[in-house]
Design a protein around this ligand. Structure first.
Ligand code: DC
Length: 223
């Protein structure tokens, strides 16, 4: 058993993974690994290079050459591409619209696995994404699958973005869920040994408390 855990948090967009993962990382003094940021950064690089986001051969070849770093702590996570801070650009609409296509490419996913394993080599990581507990860290010490009703997830995303049209955000979320769940490689799904938490009716504080209790319980029985 590692002395510093690897904690996997998977689930669909808007389930609260990112905020909860950051709060847990802060509380445990662990690193925060935002795996979606990696796929977003590859997407940005592909768009900048003028590649079609679905061109597996070219996008994967490019992905293997990229220098992507996740820096900063859970309070100020930053993504560097070739040394440049691209944290804001990877959240923009151009990347958001193309990222599901890039994330569905098997060879791009393969290229991102060593990067994620490297970050977690010594444990002490809270990693969030879609395939963390199933593919990237199947031996994670604690796995969670966070979910919530699509309407609630849309409301949270709309709030975050200051967007008034919650219904159009809901449609976007449902379509993204479908893309992420139906793809052949590393589809969004809960690991068999994941603790499932429905966050629809919970506050952020309640979700963090529930996950922290589970983690601390496992740490207690591991020591
Ligand atoms: O969590 P996010 O919105 O930043 O994720 C961006 C996209 O990347 C989304 O379409 C899901 C995909 N993704 C993935 O396929 N695997 C991961 N481990 C993380 C994100």
């Amino acid at each position: 058993m590692r002395s510093r855990f690897i904690i996997a948090i998977d689930g669909p967009a808007g389930a609260g993974k990112s905020t909860v993962a950051r709060q847990l990382a802060r509380r445990l003094r662990y690193r925060f690994l935002d795996s979606g940021a990696l796929y977003r950064t590859v997407t940005l690089a592909a768009l900048r290079a003028g590649l079609s986001p679905g061109d597996e051969e070219q996008v994967a070849a490019l992905a293997r050459t990229l220098d992507i770093r996740l820096e900063g702590g859970p309070d100020d996570p930053r993504v560097l591409l070739g040394g440049d801070d691209v944290s804001a650009e990877i959240r923009g609409p151009a990347v958001s619209n193309a990222v599901s296509t890039v994330a569905a490419l098997a060879r791009v996913r393969e290229a991102m696995v060593p990067l994620q394993k490297g970050i977690a080599a010594d444990g002490g990581v809270v990693a969030e994404g879609r395939d963390i507990g199933t593919v990237v860290f199947p031996d994670a010490d604690v796995k969670f699958y966070l979910d919530a009703d699509p309407a609630e997830r849309a409301r949270r995303r709309a709030d975050e973005r200051g967007e008034a049209d919650v219904e159009s955000v809901r449609r976007e979320i449902v379509s993204r869920d479908r893309d992420d769940t139906d793809r052949d490689v590393a589809p969004l799904c809960a690991a068999a040994d994941a603790v499932r938490v429905d966050t629809t009716a919970l506050t952020l504080g309640e979700v963090v408390a529930r996950l922290a209790a589970e983690i601390e319980g496992r740490m207690g029985s591991a020591s």
